[in-house]
Design a protein around this ligand. Structure first.
Ligand code: NDP
Length: 282
């Protein structure tokens, strides 16, 4: 019998915790503030930015939105980041990815001050994660760890298989799982015998970006399945990387899409924003 890990429910608990801390901070004259930069009019990015704004409202965090046209220059974007870096009332800066192709993502991410880097994408923060000594955790992997904690799932000694090695999800996920004493395998598009490797996993994290990539024949009985993917199926409906209906029957725990990892990513962003405010106020 499987249990659904509800990101909706757990993210609400995290946001309520953040909201309580924000109201305490406000008593001390601190109003956490998150600035979000969106370049262009990609509809999916627009939805993500709106969801972040709603979460800020829920938590009592001030949110600022900067919309740049799709043809904005690198200089325009960089100077906006520099302005926000210097603005003492702004605690967190987030540049919504992906950026239009003519813009250099790496350059922008490296420009955000590490102490305002609430996505934890700056090399300095990535380095801290690598050595297990950090202020900010990347939102998606940290959200997943929070879900596991909420369900009292220990990773100690577990065989965790992550499919995907992006800087945003796969690699930091591996670091966080290692820190919790899991044995971690990271798979990617060059991995041989993927099915065999995944079928030995106690915990599967799917971050590929392909609908129904993980099928029931790849899942060991009792496995814990974390689905990070956000895709559209043939009917245009939101779905993850896991064939949910078939895989759930073999799983002990499984996250749904929507309502799984996605809301946790946003809740962690809220947590990171108040952490940033606390660091900056000493
Ligand atoms: P990337 O495209 O950066 O990475 C995808 C990874 O999947 C790569 O490492 C790639 O390997 C690997 N991959 C692709 N095809 C295969 C294959 N056939 N076999 C094994 N591995 C394969 O994506 P992201 O990590 O940014 O995102 C992954 C998914 O998660 C997307 O659907 C994205 O929308 C979603 N996402 C969801 C979030 C949430 O909050 N729920 C947050 C962030 C992302 P290689 O490196 O070799 O190319």
């Amino acid at each position: 019998m499987y249990k659904i890990i509800s990101g909706k429910e757990i993210s609400l608990a995290v946001k309520e915790r953040v909201a309580a801390q924000v109201s305490e901070m406000k008593k001390d004259g601190i109003e956490p503030c998150l600035a979000v930069i969106l370049v262009g009019d990609d509809p999916a990015s627009r939805v993500y930015v709106n969801n972040k704004k709603k979460a800020c409202e829920f938590c009592g965090i001030r949110s600022l939105e900067y919309l740049l046209p799709a043809d904005a220059s690198q200089e325009e974007l960089n100077s906006l980041v520099e302005k926000l870096n210097d603005d003492k009332s702004v605690n967190g800066i987030l540049c919504q990815l992906p950026l239009p192709k003519h813009l250099n993502e790496k350059e922008v991410l490296n420009l955000i001050k590490p102490e305002k880097d609430v996505d934890a994408f700056h090399p300095e923060n990535v380095g801290h994660i690598m050595i297990g000594d950090y202020s900010f955790l990347p939102c998606t992997p940290a959200g997943i760890m929070e879900m596991l904690k909420y369900e009292n799932i220990s990773l100690d000694g577990k065989n965790c298989v992550i499919i995907g090695r992006s800087n945003i999800v796969g690699k930091p996920m591996a670091m966080l799982m290692l820190k919790e004493n899991a044995t971690v395998t990271v798979c990617h598009s060059h991995t041989k015998n993927l099915k065999e490797i995944v079928s030995q996993a106690d915990v599967i994290v799917a971050a590929v970006g392909r609908a129904k990539f993980v099928t029931a024949d790849m899942v060991k009985d009792g496995a814990i399945i974390i689905d990070v993917g956000i895709n559209r199926n043939d009917d245009g409906k939101l779905c993850g990387d896991v064939d949910f209906e078939a895989c759930k029957e073999k799983a002990s725990y499984i996250t749904p899409v929507p309502g799984g990892v996605g809301p946790m990513t946003i809740a962690t962003l809220m947590q990171n924003t108040i952490t940033a405010a606390k660091i900056q106020k000493g």
